[in-house]
Design a protein around this ligand. Structure first.
Ligand SMILES: NC(=O)c1ccc[n+]([C@@H]2O[C@H](COP(=O)([O-])OP(=O)(O)OC[C@H]3O[C@@H](n4cnc5c(N)ncnc54)[C@H](OP(=O)(O)O)[C@@H]3O)[C@@H](O)[C@H]2O)c1
Length: 289
């Protein structure tokens, strides 16, 4: 099997290089070799590789910056994705793509299911949604994994930010009224590989780790686990103060409820998804403290 992996140097892309390798030949590209703002070159690349499966881990992921860079976010998260879908349809390749909880407005009181109405609050969420819709409209064979709060040992993410701030400051304030499941890039890559191998998935699936927390709960967990491993912090978990979203204004609005129901995926692949703490501990183990 030949797999074209795009966004290969991102969090999910890096883990995907590891997870996809056993499935066959992986042709991996990131921004320096393939800039998604060049749609013609993207089309050419897909045609020249001639893959059976296209895994797209590239995206414009700077959620707040997207509010002032709508054009580039739209190009990466919508137009380039439409090109991939079009080429996948043309060559009958399977397109695997990643979407976000930010397509929902977070007003639902229970975890979102795949059939729930979308209503993005941010430019990032809206561009990602247009990418999802373009894939569905293209008629290509596809799997879209909608996920939340992604982190990895590689790349910039919440775990690394909290560890850095806890070394610099005596006290941290973290939002405590947004609910979701921190999900490791390793889990996303492993489930992607399993899904490609199984070959029975089609359409949209929520894919997040088990359980739920808040950013505040996640921050306390990170600092407690770091201290257990000998990290010297100015602010321990007890020094993480909960604040409401209203006290931490950001350019992009975020949903209060980012909880995603994963029953559809678990049934299709006959898998269970580990509690979020499991992979978070493994990533903290892998970081220099
Ligand atoms: N991170 C999250 O919390 C989160 C949550 C929900 C869903 N998702 C989705 O999950 C997927 C993977 O996210 P991630 O966390 O792995 O993202 P990431 O670490 O930010 O990786 C994105 C990759 O896309 C590349 N990229 C950016 N601009 C590009 C361009 N113009 N041309 C080509 N490549 C470009 C980046 O390269 P550079 O490093 O050079 O910019 C990076 O390698 C995305 O679809 C994202 O929307 C992420």
């Amino acid at each position: 099997m030949k797999i074209l992996l795009l966004g290969a140097a991102g969090q999910v892309g890096t883990e995907s290089q590891r997870a996809l390798a056993p499935l066959g030949e992986v042709a991996a590209f990131d921004r320096p070799e393939m800039d998604f703002t060049n749609a013609d070159k993207l089309r050419e690349l897909v045609r020249s590789v001639g893959a059976d499966v296209i895994v797209n881990a590239a995206a414009y992921t700077a959620v707040d910056k997207a509010e002032s860079e709508q054009d580039i976010a739209e190009q990466l998260n919508h137009h380039a994705v439409a090109v991939l879908a079009d080429e996948a349809k043309r060559s009958d390749a399977l397109l695997v793509h990643y979407s976000t909880d930010y397509v929902y407005d977070g007003t639902k009181s229970s975890p979102y299911v795949e059939t729930d109405a979308t209503n993005p609050l941010s430019v990032y969420g809206a561009t990602k949604l247009r990418g999802d819709l373009a894939i569905a409209a293209s008629g290509c064979r596809h799997v879209i994994f909608r996920t939340t709060w992604v982190y990895a040992a590689h790349g910039n993410n919440f775990i690394k930010t909290m560890l850095r701030l806890a070394k610099e400051r005596e006290e941290l304030t973290v939002v405590a009224d947004q609910h979701g499941a921190p999900t490791s890039a390793a889990l996303l890559a492993d489930v992607t590989a399993k899904a490609i191998g199984a070959g029975n998935l089609a359409g949209l699936y929520h894919l997040v780790a088990g359980g739920e927390t808040t950013w505040h709960g996640f921050a306390q967990f990170i600092l407690a686990e770091a201290q257990k491993r000998g990290a010297v912090l100015k602010a321990g978990p007890e020094k993480v103060k909960p604040i409401p979203t209203s006290a931490y204004p950001t350019p992009a609005k975020r949903p209060a409820n980012s909880r995603l129901n994963t029953d559809k995926l678990k049934t299709a692949l006959k898998i269970d998804l580990p509690p979020w703490e499991l992979h978070a501990k493994a990533v903290i183990d892998a970081l220099p403290l």
